[in-house]
Design a protein around this ligand. Structure first.
Ligand code: HEC
Length: 135
């Protein structure tokens, strides 16, 4: 029985894979960024000091969730919310899910003085990470 389930799973995965190849292997993301574009966005992330608390390599740190983690968090929320958070997190501190993160990291993300234009770039960077187009 287990064997039958396993081979069914293999068949499904194989089927989906060949389907995506047949469809030209189109990525799920609407716009695929070039390496240079991703690097430019990552520079914005570094220049604002985001990477001081959000680590690329480590899964997590005591100062904040890892980049991959905040990318996933950001993807799960409306773009407007994420932009607002990046520009000024404080008004969101009392939201239940944010409260849980604050409790977990024993830290409040500060206001980093991000402009609206750069907040959009940071959002795009996080989406590139969440979609596997950037690290
Ligand atoms: C001083 C450390 C620190 C810096 C600098 C920092 N963060 Fe954070 N960030 C945190 C912490 C800690 C959390 C978890 C929520 C909390 O405790 O406030 C967080 C959470 C987040 C989240 C997830 C929010 C959610 O609840 O879904 C995003 C997105 C994020 N940060 C983006 C950024 C960006 C972009 C920058 C740079 C402009 C940045 N952070 C700079 C510490 C930091």
């Amino acid at each position: 029985m287990k064997k039958a389930v396993a081979s069914l799973a293999v068949a499904i995965v194989f089927g989906l894979t060949s389907m995506s190849f047949a469809a030209g292997n189109t990525p799920a993301t609407p716009k695929k960024l070039t390496k240079q574009e991703v690097q430019k966005l990552r520079d914005v992330f570094d220049n604002y000091g985001c990477s001081g608390c959000h680590m690329y390599m480590h899964k997590d740190s005591t100062s904040g969730p890892a980049v991959a983690v905040i990318a996933a968090l950001a993807k799960a929320k409306p773009e407007k919310w994420v932009i607002s958070w990046i520009m000024n997190p404080k008004p969101h501190y009392s939201e239940p899910d944010v409260k849980a993160l604050i409790h977990q990291y024993v830290q409040y993300m500060p206001n980093n003085g991000v402009t609206k234009k750069d907040a959009k770039k940071l959002y795009d960077y996080l989406m590139a990470v969440a979609n596997g187009d950037a690290k």
